[in-house]
Design a protein around this ligand. Structure first.
Ligand code: CA
Length: 749
């Protein structure tokens, strides 16, 4: 539709004349939102609208215009990286032949469900349009479980390339392709050369980095090409990529230390080829999960992936007979060939077999795959009848049991690293097995943009300068407030009194001096430290006493607050003495609020006594939606005496199978008179509900309540060994995971 205002503006009439007669196109520099919207309204094919360098706050950008293939309409930044879009902002594109380039979205969130949408509204989509060299960095809704999407592609023939997306912490897919109308199916989008930077663990379904389609439209073809993208520690959930449509190609992508798998969840006729998965032994790293018909998984390289079950290196699922769209179609007419799996913890065949998932794979070929373990291991698991998989010419080394009598040969294979960085058999007569030679491996620097730094490595604790804190009334709180991320605060011996709640929203270490007496912290509010998003708190060699806390129930030394924004935090407690948390009842050492998430909580070499609440309470996600408060909780070499409630109370309810945690370990610790308080409803010294993996080893319990474990969804495992229970009942483990139809019913405590 023509813009009715256009013809009455002389300047534009002139421009229009120029546009038809020659290449002259306008480059319009705009300095504020009013100027932008005016320019966007008048935009003609070939025009470039340039946002002036600076911060653009609360800017809901709409570019609704029609360029041509030769003369697109471009929106760009005065300098790449010079335009920062912040606050409540987003971008909507509609029309055709549009290009957006070089913007940075940071320090804000979208007021709508999308940050970048290839549509203006439901019926006004973008086609033949491109978003390139755009950065979205931690542009998160503050509420963790409020769902939004960073990029949603609608329409047809759109391209999303060379963008940098990093640090999504609230629920919702990072990049989604929608097929929800005729004008968005068979869309032939291209998604290439993007840098998908670290996405932290969400602790719930809805943490996918890329999703194409939804179960409802999964019988439609999308024909999207996903090529040469770098997935760097994309750890949101079980599915790094959730493919839910047909006809897509995933080629040449690199998955670096990313938890989860590329999952062919719904839709037929997809191809996965020449992708490289570097697990490097990181937890829960996986490869490719196959479901549905006519899937091709070819020439993929999978190295040192530790995942198992649905998160393994290669997974061929069982289906559901006459499956509804949102469950599992049978694997059929599919091909898995010439893949190399090196030191993969698991390959799972007929995975998920249970009373509901009984449709075994059919008419599927598994051939010319190379599977090598450096130490002999039983790495191929068979969960049901696999007669429907034809095995042929697969080569094994270090695999103790082949899954079938024919189609596998075992040999001792010497590997050498080729120029592309991948391992191949030295014996060239084996070239037809495993991935092809001259296989191009994408480099991280070929993706995203060169002018915005990619994510670094390692912990940010203990990295910066040290600050000395003298004993006294206010110096600790004041020093934390002016600290930089990574600083170490050395507390001199003596009494440190804190009269405010100290917020920890960055990595901070608070430590006593080695070989000196432990500094003592006393605090006067109901909370000493409050952890916020991005906070990492490490306490080393100090003493914390609760005697000056208010005479009120429900105090906590450390709290992860529900009012903080959506990011994850860490807590590390080492060689710390905690006592006299008993000014009133239910005084916890650590308490997590709903909507907060600990990536790790670690206690080592510490001592806890006289506490009327819990030591660690991570049990407030009680809606049974598969959410939980912490991924990895580890306690070792510590002692616990006279604790009225539990040492750890961890809860994850519901039947969802999208996550890996929580994990819990408890080792080499001494427990005495724990759990006996009359307000301890769990009647346990340690209570873990819905934990996926628990190890409780080499501890001594005396005069305490028992350990109580409830297994719910997934394949939970609890390993108990070398524990001594004196005047303490044996642990109880209740199984709720294997209920009827594979749909266990979790029961609220
Ligand atoms: Ca999912």
């Amino acid at each position: 539709m023509k813009n009715p205002g256009r013809t009455i503006l002389p300047r534009l009439t002139m421009l229009a004349a120029l546009a038809t007669s020659g290449p002259a196109a306008a480059e319009i520099l705009v300095r504020n939102q009013a100027e932008y919207f005016e320019a966007a309204k008048r935009a003609r094919p070939g025009d470039t609208i340039v946002l002036a360098n600076g911060v653009w706050n609360d800017f809901e950008i709409v570019l609704d215009a029609k360029g041509t293939a030769e003369r697109p309409i471009t929106l760009t930044a005065q300098e790449k990286g010079g335009v920062i879009v912040t606050g409540r902002s987003n971008l909507r594109l509609a029309g055709k032949h549009l290009v957006v380039r070089g913007l940075v979205f940071r320090h804000g969130s979208s007021p709508t469900r999308e940050v970048i949408a290839f549509r203006r509204q439901k019926d006004n989509l973008a086609h033949h349009s491109r978003v390139t060299e755009v950065v979205i960095d931690r542009f998160n809704h503050p509420k963790r479980y409020e769902t939004d999407f960073w990029v949603v592609m609608y329409g047809k023939h759109n391209r999303f390339d060379h963008n940098h997306l990093e640090g999504k912490t609230n629920a919702g897919v990072t990049l989604a392709v929608r097929l929800n109308s005729k004008s968005s199916t068979e869309n032939h989008h291209r998604i290439d050369h993007n840098y998908f930077g670290p996405r932290p663990i969400l602790g719930s379904n809805g943490g996918e980095t890329l999703r194409i389609g939804t179960s409802r439209y999964s019988l439609e073809d999308s024909n999207t090409l996903v090529e040469n993208n770098y997935f760097d520690r994309c750890n949101g959930e079980l599915e790094i990529i959730s493919n839910k449509s047909g006809g897509n190609v995933f080629r040449g992508n690199v998955f670096f230390e990313s938890r989860g798998t590329l999952t062919l969840r719904h839709g037929d006729g997809n191809r996965v080829e020449k992708n490289v998965f570097w697990g490097n032994g990181a937890d829960h790293t996986g490869g490719i999960r196959v479901i549905n018909r006519r899937q091709t998984v070819r020439d993929n390289y999978l190295s040192r992936l530790t995942g198992h079950r649905f998160g393994a290196a290669l997974v061929v699922m069982n289906g559901v007979p006459n499956s509804p769209l949102n469950r599992y179609q049978r694997v059929e007419d599919s091909l898995i060939e010439n893949n190399t799996v090196i030191d993969g913890h698991r390959i799972e065949l007929a995975a998920g077999s249970d009373e509901e998932r009984t449709a075994v794979p059919r008419a599927t070929k598994f051939r010319n795959n190379l599977i090598v373990n450096s130490a002999e291991r039983d790495s191929i698991a068979v969960h049901d009848d696999i007669d429907g998989i034809a095995f042929e010419s697969n080569l094994l080394d270090g695999v103790s049991t082949a899954p079938a009598e024919t189609g596998f040969r075992s040999a001792s294979i010497e590997l050498e690293r080729a120029e592309n960085g991948l391992l191949y058999p030295r014996d060239r007569s084996l070239d037809g097995v495993g991935v092809s030679r001259n296989f191009p491996v994408l480099d991280r620097e070929q993706t995203g943009v060169s002018w915005y730094p990619k994510a670094g490595r390692g912990s940010e604790l203990d990295r910066r300068k040290t600050r000395v804190v003298q004993p006294g009334d206010h110096s600790l709180a004041a020093t934390v407030e002016r600290s930089d991320p990574g600083d170490v605060l050395w507390l001199e011996p003596g009494e440190h009194r804190v009269s405010t709640i100290v917020e920890i929203d960055r990595p901070i270490t608070i430590a006593g001096r080695p070989n000196a007496s432990k500094p003592r912290i006393l605090f006067e509010r109901g909370t000493l430290f409050e952890l916020a998003a991005g906070g990492q708190l490490k306490l080393v060699g100090i003493e914390i006493l609760g005697g000056e806390a208010p005479d009120a129930s429900g105090n906590a030394v450390i709290r992860a607050s529900g009012s903080s924004v959506s990011g994850n935090y860490r807590l590390i407690v080492n060689d710390v003495s905690v006592a006299n948390l008993d000014t009133n009842h239910s005084f916890d050492f650590f308490r997590a609020s709903p909507g907060t998430f600990a990536e790790r909580v670690e206690i080592a070499g510490s001592e806890f006594r006289n506490i009327t609440g819990h030591v660690l309470a991570l049990d407030r996600e009680t809606e049974d939606l598969g959410r939980y408060n912490g991924e990895s909780i580890a306690i070792s070499d510590s002692s616990f005496r006279d604790i009225a409630k539990t040492i750890a109370s961890i809860y994850r309810g519901g039947t969802d199978e999208s996550t890996f945690g929580p994990r819990f370990s408890f080792r080499r610790s001494k427990v005495s008179r724990v759990g006996l308080g009359r307000r301890n409803e769990s009647e346990a010294s340690i209570r873990i509900w819905g934990v996926q993996k628990a190890e409780i080893h080499a501890n001594e319990f005396a005069d305490s309540r028992p350990i109580r474990v409830v297994h719910t969804a997934g394949e939970p495992r609890t390993v108990l060994g070398d524990n001594l229970f004196v005047n303490t009942p044996e642990p109880t483990i209740v199984e709720r995971a294997a209920a009827s139809n594979g749909r266990p019913q979790a029961v609220r405590p």
